[in-house]
Design a protein around this ligand. Structure first.
Ligand code: PLP
Length: 394
């Protein structure tokens, strides 16, 4: 992970687009300055309904980082507005002649945002698979009415995990890949298993911190906490990478809904997906196999790919794995908890009554968990809560 070697007072004066360049150029060192700036310019434009792109809203003793001002009013737009441009630029640089077929599994928000991002992008097609009975009515309408001659959407019998597992199987099918190649196609992913999703997500944590410095809410270097409503572990992993780059983050607070597999993992060191899949009011977090946790596990093993693969094999074959005490000790950066359906509704009500601010169900899971964190730890550091969807979407 590269260091964020830009002084905070420089970042504090930057627009979202300029911050995006500083952060992403540290990772995508094979892109020229013009190429990357062109991708950023095309991504973060008037599709967003505010020039700030990701504004902060102070309410109820925390800063809500509003990540829902893009085309499909959920945080997936933050990365999926730029992914198609990164991908087509990379394909051109690498002389890829095939048409790129994006396969995407969605719990509701990725599918819409990915289709909006890839719609009519030359050289690409996109196929989205969503759980027919596991998304909100608005999410389903957004997907089935998406414009674009190259967009396809399929409702499956099963839940998000079934969709994601089947898509991963297609990616790993070498015979299918050969057949596609002959016909002039190749697969890629718009899920957060694609690093092109994660890097753009690091940007807004840096931007939020710099905004707090600029507005005099914190001093340069002061630690903050970050709370993330979590499903596939992509968004919170981006915050972890921001911390690794040097952003002064104290705790990464991982908020789950009643599918509390991550809470149990942080508590016990055992990841156990053998449990009922619960349909909640925060459907984008209804997930039992959090793909990106694998990336954290990899780091916990000391970047031992074999050891990491062993644990993942045990998850896919036996439904669980347990990390060593040594690995568990490295999880001190994280705090996990969850909210029941009642607690989630209560958080929406409380914040509306206290601050006249309406939050969505996913953000409410984070707000509820933050409350539990403060009462357990009495840690009152300034805190950023990732606000992942517009309340009007759910
Ligand atoms: C996808 C999503 C999440 C979960 O994010 P992950 O990166 O999968 O952990 C939370 N809230 C909303 C609204 C989402 O769309």
């Amino acid at each position: 992970i590269p260091a964020l070697d830009v002084p905070m007072d420089t970042l504090a004066d930057m627009s979202y687009q300029e911050t995006a360049y500083e952060v992403m150029s540290r990772f995508f060192t094979d892109f020229t300055e013009d190429e990357l700036k062109d991708c950023i310019k095309k991504a973060y434009d008037s599709k967003f309904d505010t020039e700030k792109i990701a504004p902060l809203h102070e309410a109820d003793g925390a800063y809500f980082l509003e990540l829902f001002h893009g085309a499909t009013i959920a945080f997936k737009d933050m990365a999926l507005s730029i992914l198609p441009h990164l991908m087509t630029t990379a394909a051109k640089k690498n002389n890829v002649k095939n048409e790129i077929v994006i396969l995407t599994a969605t719990s509701g928000d990725t599918g819409t945002a990915a289709m909006a991002g890839f719609a009519d992008v030359p050289g690409t097609k996109i196929i989205v698979f969503y759980p027919k009975h596991g998304v909100s009515p608005i999410q389903e309408k957004q997907m089935v009415t998406q414009k674009g001659a190259n967009t396809y959407v399929v409702g499956i019998t099963g839940n998000f995990d079934d969709a994601q597992t089947a898509v991963k199987k297609m990616f790993n099918d070498h015979e299918l890949a050969a057949e596609l190649d002959q016909a002039g196609f190749q697969f890629s992913s718009a899920n957060s298993i694609n690093i092109g999703r994660l890097v753009p997500q690091i940007v807004y944590y840096v931007y939020a911190y710099a905004s707090l410095v600029r507005d005099g809410r914190i001093k340069d270097g002061q630690e903050i906490n970050v709370v993330v409503p979590t499903g596939n572990f992509g968004n919170i992993l981006a915050a972890y990478y921001a911390k690794q780059m040097g952003l002064p983050i104290h705790k990464l607070i991982c908020a789950s809904n009643e599918n509390r597999v991550l809470y149990d993992f942080f508590r016990t060191g055992t990841y156990d997906r053998k449990r009922d899949f619960i349909l909640t009011t925060s459907p984008s977090m209804d997930i039992l196999i959090s793909s990106n946790l694998e990336r954290l596990i990899y780091r916990l093993t000391g970047e031992n790919a074999e050891k990491c693969a062993e644990l993942m094999k045990s998850l896919s074959e036996g439904g669980e794995y347990t990390i060593t005490d040594e690995m568990k000790a490295q999880l001190v950066d994280f705090y996990g908890n969850f909210c029941s359906e009642d607690e989630t509704a209560q958080a929406i009500s409380d914040i509306y009554k206290n601050s006249n601010y309406v939050i969505d169900t996913h953000t409410a899971v984070a707000a509820g968990v933050y409350k539990k964190y403060v009462s357990e730890t009495a840690d009152h550091l300034p805190t950023v809560i990732a606000s992942t969807a517009s309340p009007y979407k759910f």
